[in-house]
Write a protein that binds this ligand. Structure first.
Ligand code: G3P
Length: 226
């Protein structure tokens, strides 16, 4: 399982990059617009935080294959490092994908809502597909079940394409996606933090603190071992 952060918020990215086993950062036009920052300096600031090796995904706004490819080349050159172009699925996106791949540019096909869209994207050569789990759940279409079908179809057809599940609103959705073999998820920081925290964990740690204090008072292991 690869964990990516679905945000362009620099404070959240700094925090997640410091504390979590982060594989990369995904953005989209809505996520970037929320920051109300200058586009390219902001993307470069994200790259600066996560370094050259982590995956950084930026979405094209273009609607023709030629313009999509041009975006891919420009963004790759401007941002550098482990860069992927996010391309919403369309005929133009499918045409652009093998061209981008031939130029060494990674492709994340996004706005995926059905297994059929995912399979076609994989066949075109996309490295990742991003199904929108919560948006499917919101129309009672069971996002995790759709995702499970995509994982299965990729296995059946031996597709060298990974599922990067997106659009999460709670920890249970992430857990269910992991249970069906999803390769990667992109989530906001509060979901990562929600995965970490558990009231039983807090109780267990409080118990350790109480028992230690009964015997060693406020001494730390450092005090006792140095
Ligand atoms: O990056 C695409 C996806 O994460 C969208 O999420 O929360 O807008 O449904 P959301």
């Amino acid at each position: 399982m690869l964990y990516l952060l679905d945000t362009a918020n620099l404070a959240d990215i700094k925090h997640a990059n410091e504390f979590y086993p982060l594989y990369g950062v995904t953005t989209n036009p809505s996520i970037i617009s929320k920051e109300k920052a200058e586009f390219l300096p902001h993307i470069k600031a994200i790259r600066e935080i996560i370094g050259p090796d982590k995956m950084l995904c930026v979405q094209t706004m273009e609607k023709t294959a030629e313009d999509i490819v041009r975006d891919g080349e420009m963004l790759r050159d401007a941002i550098g490092g482990n860069f992927y172009l996010k391309v919403p699925i369309s005929e133009a996106g499918l045409k652009a994908t093998p061209i981008l791949k031939s130029k060494g540019i990674g492709v994340l096909m996004t706005a995926i809502f059905t297994p059929a869209q995912a399979l076609l994207s994989a066949k075109a050569g996309a490295d990742f597909v991003a199904p929108y789990v919560n948006r499917l759940d919101n129309i009672v279409a069971d996002g995790c079940a759709a995702l499970g079908e995509i994982v299965k179809q990729f296995e059946i057809y031996g597709m060298n394409c990974k599922v990067l599940a997106a659009s999460f609103k709670n920890v249970e959705q992430v857990h269910k996606c992991a249970s069906v073999g999803c390769h990667s998820v992109t989530v906001p920081l509060n979901i990562l933090q929600g995965i970490v925290s558990h009231p039983m964990t807090d109780m267990a740690v409080a118990g350790f603190d109480r028992d230690w204090a009964k015997v060693y008072g406020d001494k730390t292991i450092f005090d006792l071992v140095k």
